[in-house]
Design a protein around this ligand. Structure first.
Ligand code: GTP
Ligand code: MG
Length: 361
């Protein structure tokens, strides 16, 4: 199946990243264009629609958030499937989901997102203008809508049950008295590589986005510090609220962490590194975790000649009490330094002040 991609001009500096997202879900990209001006009714201008109409592709991928009328009008004009950025992300999530909970969360997000679309489709179907959109027949939309609503309620109930089980497990861990270190970061930054390095496990790592979709936890003993470390789902620019709400519920762990390690791919362009750090901060704020101590691990420094400039630039973008440590998970560079920092932060947290000051007093 061939896809044609539209990239809005706001992502002009991140074309590779956006195309990598598309490729993860749909491997055969015919071509892409940058869309400078959008139209509220059809998203693309009439001109552009006419131009791409004759091209040989099966699906149109729009790396933007489409409004229901834009969706429906594009489908009507092109007589082909249309998928927007949120649905691409959900598609990738669905392909990678490793647990029942993850699958249900994705289904809930998709239902929440497609319900308004179905409503709009009902409106058009009543006008006799739409056939077969979203898999429903001309007279089947209302029935289809009711079925989706019922399914949504069922998924919600099942998710509640699963979350309860997980929170009981988490409580048991807290009661066991072990502090909790959570690794977060942009997708592909190397979270799982770090998790594996710290735990000696070998969970799957890979260059494509969203290799990890279910948080994994494991115990680490380092000198006199014992803690639980958790690997998480990768961050991404402009995560749609529909995805945050349902899927990122698995990030509940982050809000209860004692220390957060935010891992960043330092081998990217400096503007991207900073923009990823800002995206990370924004997401931590949204999930109520930006008040935690954060250690920034600048990963993949083995790919750099020198990490001096990225280090000094990143330091300008973090809070005074946060730390920045250049590391390489592949070359096992500075991992001890990172562990020392984690240990130090856990000690400070336990005593409220620095251990040495405590002794002096
Ligand atoms: N050169 C180099 N590559 C690294 C390093 N750490 C990780 N990588 C590579 O970066 C890619 C992504 O690593 P992962 O550990 O899967 O990243 P992640 O953050 O867990 O990614 P997702 O789970 O997809 O969000 C893999 O191809 C790793 O081999 C490093 O220190 N140096
Ligand atoms: Mg991973």
């Amino acid at each position: 199946m061939k896809v044609f991609v539209l990239i809005p001009k706001k992502y002009v500096d991140f074309i590779d990243e956006e195309l990598a997202l598309v490729k993860t879900a749909y491997s055969d990209i015919l071509d892409y264009i940058i869309v400078k001006n959008t139209n509220t009714k059809t998203y693309l201008s009439r001109d552009k629609i006419e131009k791409i109409k004759s091209l040989e592709f099966d699906k149109l991928i729009v790396m933007d958030k489409l409004k229901p009328p834009q969706f429906i009008n594009l489908v009507r004009e092109l007589k082909r499937d249309v998928v927007d950025r949120i649905l691409v992300i959900l598609e990738i999530f669905a392909n990678h989901a490793g647990s029942r909970e993850a699958l249900l969360q994705i289904e809930l997000a998709r239902l929440k997102y497609t319900l308004p679309l179905t409503k709009e489709a009902i409106r058009y179907a009543k006008l006799g203008e739409l056939h077969g959109f979203l898999g429903a027949g001309r007279y089947g939309y209302e029935k289809y809508y009711t079925m989706l609503k019922k399914r949504e309620a069922r998924v919600r109930r099942e998710l509640e049950k699963l979350r309860l089980i997980r929170s009981v497990r988490r409580k048991a861990r807290v009661e066991a008295g072990l502090p909790h270190v959570v690794i977060v970061g942009y997708t592909c930054a190397g979270k799982t590589s770090l998790f594996n390095t710290l735990t000696g496990l070998s969970k799957p790592v890979g260059p494509e986005p969203f290799t990890t979709l279910s948080p994994k936890s494991y115990k680490v003993n380092y000198r006199d510090a014992n803690f639980i470390v958790t690997d998480t789902v990768g961050f991404i620019r402009d995560i749609p609220p529909e995805v945050i709400e349902s899927f990122y519920a698995t990030l509940e762990e982050v809000a209860e962490a004692d220390v957060i390690v935010n891992i960043v791919d330092a081998s990217k362009k400096i503007t991207e590194v900073i923009s990823e750090i800002e995206t990370g901060k924004e997401i931590l704020r949204r999930i109520g975790a930006y008040n935690k101590p954060i250690i920034y691990a600048l990963n993949k420094v083995d790919k750099l000649q020198s990490f001096k400039s990225v280090l000094s630039e990143v330091e300008k973008h973090v809070r005074d009490h946060d730390d920045v440590i250049p590391v390489s998970c592949v070359k096992k560079l500075n991992i001890d330094l990172l562990l020392d920092k984690i240990r130090e932060k856990l000690v400070v947290k336990r005593y409220g002040v620095n251990e040495e000051e405590n002794i002096r007093a």
